[in-house]
Design a protein around this ligand. Structure first.
Ligand code: FE2
Length: 246
């Protein structure tokens, strides 16, 4: 994870003329898609850099290799969890928009939390899509399970795995449901000069043209919406469940 860790600690800094410069200067990197590249979340401590797989050539080589490994691992997790939820294997390519076959959106996101801002770390939200792998070695990640708030502990050498709205919608009426847990980041404080909190993620999501599916309690997959946007799955989640819906 070394290259990813270095990138997370440096992407937001200006170049300084030394060997770490390949990891710096990404505040100025603009990618063609509106939601990629550098994002300053004005009301949060959070600032970040997003790059979908087709834009990984803009990243340092070691970060690209890490992204490819995380992608492979994310697909393994997705396939394992679909098997656990008893989703028929023959349906996987259709209901995930090909993500089980390595297609779809594979997005790296690098996060830096600015301790000088006296505000929350990052807002509460559900991830969209299927699987998020999170590298977070510093405390701060909090999640809501039922009506209780928990700190997510991240032992050394481990990744956090989050599931997204598409996964929750798909499995909502199956015996083994997979929840898209609501989570956020608490405010972090640091003494001047101390290492800042950073983290990074790999998101696996269907591409925007793929449909969202939900199984009924007889194991039949129904198309419930067009993907369209990250908000779409959240909208579907908010609607009451009827097994006749198609
Ligand atoms: Fe998230």
């Amino acid at each position: 994870m070394t290259a990813g860790d270095l990138f997370a600690h440096n992407f937001f800094r200006a170049k300084e003329g030394d060997e770490l410069d390949e990891f710096r200067g990404y505040r100025e990197v603009h990618l063609e898609a509106g939601y990629e590249g550098f994002v300053d979340h004005e009301v949060d401590q959070w600032e970040n850099f997003y790059a979908e797989r087709r834009n990984w050539p803009c990243l340092p080589d070691g970060v690209v290799r890490l992204g490819e490994q995380l992608s492979e691992l994310g697909v393994v997790v997705l396939r394992s969890v679909l098997r656990h939820a008893a989703v028929p294997e023959g349906d996987w390519p259709k209901v995930t928009g090909g993500v089980t076959e390595g297609l779809g959106h594979h997005m790296l996101g690098f996060n830096h939390f600015r301790p000088e801002k006296p505000v929350r770390g990052a807002k509460f939200h559900r991830d969209s899509g299927w699987v998020t792998l999170v590298r977070a070695t510093d405390p701060g990640l909090v999640c809501l399970v039922g009506d209780r708030m928990f700190r997510a502990s991240t032992p050394p050498g481990h990744l956090v795995v989050n599931f997204g709205s598409s996964m929750e919608v798909l499995t909502q009426q199956l015996q083994r449901r997979v929840h898209a847990v609501v989570h956020g980041v608490a405010r972090t404080e640091r003494r001047p000069g101390a290492r800042h909190r950073t983290s990074y993620v790999l998101f696996l999501d269907s591409d925007l043209r793929a449909a969202i599916y939900r199984y009924d309690d007889e194991g039949v997959a129904h198309r419930v919406a067009r993907r369209g946007s990250a908000k779409e799955a959240a909208r579907v989640l908010a609607r009451p469940v009827h097994s006749s819906e198609s």
